[in-house]
Design a protein around this ligand. Structure first.
Ligand code: PLP
Length: 390
């Protein structure tokens, strides 16, 4: 008999009832060190006082009005994002995949309005993930996500990740944009080298097409810059954001330059909940903290510490771990044993990691994780690896 909750997830046998910083407390009282952060969502950990305060203050004032009216909290957060990034304008969504929907619509409308209705194709890459909406699954194109869900939204050209030679010939008079994650998340924590992001930007400029970055997982301080593309010294035309921006409140955004957004006039897009006062009040509080250069410096320092300890861990357990990769506090360990088993062995030691493709476990701790928690987490992973070897 089908469960009351649609059974689309393989859930771990864990039920968390409370969170404190980098810790999750299981219903039976066990305290888990959380290196998953709800898949890079709890950027400031659990129950951060500034976020709880922003949420409760807004909850006591006003929850929702709809986008029929002005929403000051939405403008405040949009202003902050515009100040902090390449973007001139922001649309708020409730999720990453809704941001993907708008990014695709925006790119197509851009060319339509410029008198090029034939420019509809978007180039994407193997191993990518852009969410589970019809545009999202068609964009990523993997069989796992698309099988049985046809007909798929047309207009996506899928290239092999890292195949530089395939890129230029794939751009045709129908190409509207290139869409890429600066660091693939679900794909197994695979960064696009800075040189390659620069090359993509140059190629887009040369061919006159748009560059769309999906920073849903790698954005909002995760890599030690507010947004990951800053490491490469480039700017996109359109960027998708979600996960960390709400710190646990469902919130996403599409950021764009004035030119890229020029087709999105009144009536062309909307969302009932997107940008509601609660979400934007929390998002503002997240950005105030994560956007502080001192905070980001500390993320980079801790990222160096975690990475160094993980390199040691991998070297100590060559039968379990293959290699460490990633950027900032978005790290992956490619495993030699099945990564799902490594994640389970971590649960037994009360440390949470997240499986990804390419047999990789993801470590996405809250950006507020302490040095002591990093040391404790790695020692628990060491115990997990020892238990697997035994
Ligand atoms: C999680 C994710 C999405 C989808 O976000 P949802 O909020 O689950 O819709 C899109 N792109 C990337 C890179 C992601 O990691």
């Amino acid at each position: 008999m089908i469960t009351s909750v649609l059974p689309t997830y393989n859930r771990a046998p864990l039920t968390f009832v409370k969170g404190e910083g980098a810790w999750l407390i299981e219903a039976d009282g066990r305290r888990f060190l959380d290196l998953g952060a709800g898949i890079a969502v709890n950027a400031l950990g659990h129950a951060h006082p500034a976020l709880t305060q922003a949420l409760t203050e807004q909850a006591n004032a006003l929850w929702h009005t709809s986008n029929l009216y002005h929403i000051p909290q939405q403008k405040t957060l949009a202003d902050k994002l515009v100040d902090a990034t390449f973007a001139d304008t922001v649309f708020f969504t409730n999720s990453g995949t809704e941001a993907c929907e708008l990014a695709v619509k925006m790119a197509r409308k851009y060319w339509y309005d410029k008198g090029h209705p034939e420019k509809v194709d978007i180039i994407t890459f193997s191993g990518s993930f852009h969410g589970r909406s019809s545009a999202g699954i068609a964009a990523a194109g993997s069989e796992k996500m698309t099988k049985g869900f046809g007909p798929l939204l047309p207009g996506f050209t899928h290239l092999e990740f890292g195949d530089h030679d395939a890129l230029a010939p794939a751009i045709t008079e129908k190409t509207a944009a290139i869409l890429i994650e600066p660091v693939q998340g679900e794909g197994g924590i695979i960064p696009v080298p800075d040189q390659c992001l620069k090359g993509l930007r140059d190629l887009c400029d040369e061919k006159g097409i748009l560059l769309i970055l999906d920073e849903v997982q790698c954005g909002v301080g995760r890599t030690g810059k507010l947004f990951a593309h800053e490491w490469a010294g480039i700017e996109p035309d359109i960027m998708m954001v979600a996960k960390g921006i709400g710190g646990g409140f469902p919130l996403g955004a599409v950021l764009a330059t004035e030119d890229a957004a020029s087709g999105m006039t009144a009536g062309t897009h909307g969302s009932t909940y997107g940008g509601n006062p609660l979400g934007c009040a929390v998002g503002s509080a997240v950005l105030d903290i994560v956007g502080d250069p001192a905070f980001l410096n500390d993320v980079n320092r801790k990222a160096g510490l975690l990475r160094q300890k993980l390199e040691g861990l991998a070297a100590a357990h060559p039968d379990v771990f293959d290699m460490v990769r990633g950027s900032g506090l978005m790290l992956g360990i490619k495993c030699k044993l099945p990564c799902a088993d490594v994640v389970s062995a971590g649960y037994a030691q009360e440390v949470i990691t997240v499986p990804a493709a390419d047999n990789t476990i993801r470590l996405l701790p809250p950006l507020t994780v302490t040095d002591a928690e990093i040391a404790e987490a790695v020692s628990r992973l060491d115990a997990a690896a020892k238990a697997m070897a035994a």
